[in-house]
Design a protein around this ligand. Structure first.
Ligand SMILES: N[C@@H](CCC(=O)N[C@@H](CS)C(=O)NCC(=O)O)C(=O)O
Length: 210
């Protein structure tokens, strides 16, 4: 049975699972979640995810929400990809960065996404300067942590590509448009260019653009 991915493709969290599926070479059925029609609030979608948020994965009668769990699930289907390393310490290092992404990095980037992209997309008024200031303070604290790691290793969890890079990289798919202030972080810039050259990234970007 083909895996279904329920995604609003313009969202970095939706893009994340598409990027994972393409990079891993997993066949899937793309099920668009149309936010403009509030598709995430329908009873059918709520039955899949009571949070009324995408992305959601369905694999037969198994249903999974939370984008990083979905990325791990997809990577586990392709153990030879090494994206979820077999070695415990290497695997937990990748998982650590995914938790960090979920708890700290994503909420900081999301401020810029909401203020500079989502508001424009849905006609919600101008960006809130206080929110941008809050985002800048968070990025100033967080970016040196990721940048410091990327000064030492090619990818976030070491010298091979892992689920950590999928999760962290996806947050920045609209980073320039959102105005996330990362210009001074050379490690992040170098890594971001590497990630954006991956075939899975390119395929998912093509889908995002429709
Ligand atoms: N932690 C969740 C966050 C998912 C999430 O917040 N999705 C947003 C879009 S980026 C959503 O579906 N929002 C719909 C709504 O708020 O109505 C994940 O990573 O999957």
């Amino acid at each position: 049975m083909t895996i279904k991915l329920h995604v609003f493709p313009l969202s970095p969290r939706g893009f994340k699972v598409l990027f994972a599926a393409h990079q891993l070479g997993i066949d899937y059925e793309f099920v668009p979640v149309d936010f403009s029609k509030q598709a995430q609030k329908t009873p059918g979608f709520t039955a899949l995810n009571p949070n009324q948020r995408m992305p959601v994965l369905e694999d037969g009668d198994y249903c999974l929400w939370e984008s990083n769990a979905i990325v791990q699930y997809l990577a586990a289907l392709k153990p030879h990809s090494g994206m979820m390393p077999a070695d415990l310490k290497a695997r937990m290092t990748a998982v650590k960065w995914q938790f960090w992404e979920s708890a700290h990095w994503d909420p900081a980037v999301a401020i810029y996404m909401f203020e500079n992209v989502v508001k424009k997309l849905f006609g919600m008024g101008p960006p809130d300067a206080a929110e941008i200031e809050r985002g800048a303070a968070l990025i100033a604290r967080l970016a040196p942590v990721l940048d410091g790691q990327l000064a030492k290793t090619r990818y976030a969890a070491g010298d091979t590509l892992t689920v950590a890079d999928i999760s962290l990289g996806a947050t920045l798919v609209r980073g320039d448009e959102a105005g996330v202030p990362l210009g001074e972080y050379r490690g992040i810039q170098r890594w971001r260019a590497d990630i954006a050259a991956l075939p899975g990234w390119r395929a998912a970007v093509a889908l995002m653009k429709g």
